[in-house]
Design a protein around this ligand. Sequence first.
Ligand code: IVH
Length: 707
Amino acid sequence: MPKKASTHSAIPVEKLDELQAAAELAELASLIAHHDRLYHSEDAPEISDAEYDALKRRNEIIEIRFPQLVRPDSPSRKVGAGAATGFKKVRHRVPMLSLNNAFSQEDVSGFLDSVRNFIKELQQDPGVPIEVVAEPKIDGLSCSLLYRKRRLVQGATRGNGEEGEDITANVMTLSEIPRILPGDAPELIEVRGEVYMTDEDFLKLNASQEATGGKIFANPRNAAAGSLRQLDPSITASRPLRFFGYAWGEVSRAFAETQWEARRCLSEWGFTLNEPSRLVRSLEEMLAYYEEIQAKRSRLGFSIDGVVYKLNRWDWQKRLGFISRAPRWAIAHKFPPERGQTRLKAISVQVGRTGSLTPVAELEPISVGGVLISRATLHNQDEIERKDIRVGDTVIIQRAGDVIPQVVEVVLSERSKDNQPFVFPTQCPVCGSRAIREPDEAVIRCTGGLVCPAQAAERMIHFASRDAFDIEGLGQKNIETFYREGLIQSPPDIFRLEERDGRKGVPLAEREGWGVVSARKLFDAIRRSRTLPLDRFIFALGIHQVGQATARLLARHYVALSQWEKSMKAAQDPQSEAYQDLLSISGIGPSMANDLLAFFAEKQNLQILEELSSMLTVTDYAASQIESPIAGKTVVFTGTLESMARSEAKARAEALGAKVLASVSKKTDYVVAGPGAGSKIRIAQQLGVKVLSEQEWLGIVRTVKAG
Ligand code: IVH
């Protein structure tokens, strides 16, 4: 049955309710996909281009009215059909400016002086007060909302002030942004203001992000920005964003004579204003306002970083105009970062999901700007040494917009002679494995990756991932659930999942979201993954710095799992031949070797390796890779090659399973010599190593296709 038109399309979009809209969007998605298929794949369209466009247009209008209903398979999101590959650019017809900053009373009084110097009437009569609107400076991101015929038609970010991003679909999801303005608003007006998140909503969002493994935001501003600039508006819709209106850009007619009146208009049109605001008339009143807001800062419920003073009279604003990117008629009076002094009780060390050890200051609780602080980050070992922070010290801590407080400095005059420098632990505080620091890195890392509970889930996600064990159905979500429930504590448990199924809690097949088929599929995928080549196995272990390429280098070099393990254990002694052998692999330097050896020095890791090798079939590298006459052979290139660059020749040889080294030794199988080759040929001849011309080499290589 060819589908022709939508059954609902008779209802005007403004009259649709949410249910009808959702149903119609679903229908439109399949209908448009159907016509796309007919048109593109079957060359047999059933409807005219105009009818097709009408369907797309209707879909678009419904989505604009119900942005929360935009479907993942929406025709508006399809590539090649106005794809959401990024945001469209929007040119601001009136540039979006920033503000000059004042940090002191002098700066504020300087601002008033400059206004007085600019406006002649004020110059002539110093008795005339300068009226100023004072309001909080919100720490969010500025946003422009364009209303045409009093309907919201466009939302844009500030961007570089001249050009921003089109976030219309996203702003439509904010309930605090009116879609329609009342009749007394100008025909055309661009309302500007700040999109932000309250402190409470921010903390809640982070808590839920943490629970679901989502991105953790550093502060409410980042959270607001990250939530607003989403290509998928349904994500924006799910975030608790708010909007304060405080300014405007293009307007079709003047709607107020003063800033204060304009604020009232904005409020009457349905915008929320940033309060508490005040109309003030002197430097003293401005500063009093500033002090009051600063004292209230932590109780406002949203983050602010100062106050803004704006000249009240609109005509004066116009006359003062702008200088570079900021208005002459307004200034931001910034707060100093909030600080407090307290005692450092202890330094604890936290282990992150990737194994990094972060020192944390445990403080005698203190209120900074109304927020009780008992911990602060110390970043890393260097930071502690640089600031010479010792347990027992009196320290100055700071909250600067960001939520995570920091230790600024030690009050040395109060240091007791007993306070000793902090000794960073050499063992992971969570699992007891050795903690090591790379020579050129600031972080100290736990080496117990596979066993450390702080990292286990993360490591196992890597272990099961596509380029490692490639266990379909064992992704982040399931691993985290199984880990939480104690079903999978370390990688070997993955291979015991089936035999243990049902012994702890409900069998998989009976769980929500699972069934007999999906459980079977997972067990099958796990069983299939039991046989894998050495390089994947090495990569799966998640050893620091050992990515796919390094894993391949190691596998190529050691060929068999048993050989690799034996060599790594032997290489613990830096005088050993095994250690020299490891370093001889091109692409493996001392820092990588260090990480590898650290992994093998950890008893718990060895135990896991042992368990894994008893349950798995790890196939030898070359055998599993490619059938090729040079698989496992060692090749040295020398001189200039004529048919390809040295790097390409090397890559091809490696793809065929050969090991490419830089210098000739007894173990070299072939030296491939191009014109200009020198000493290496001589050495090869002395050692009895076969020397090939480029043509001979190509002859061998061409007999096989890289796998
Ligand atoms: S007025 C022409 N008022 O601060 C002046 N801006 O540092 C336009 N901001 O880009 C801005 N609170 O994002 C104004 N009450 C307020 C504000 C405010 C925060 C932001 C705004 C601006 C930035 C400049």
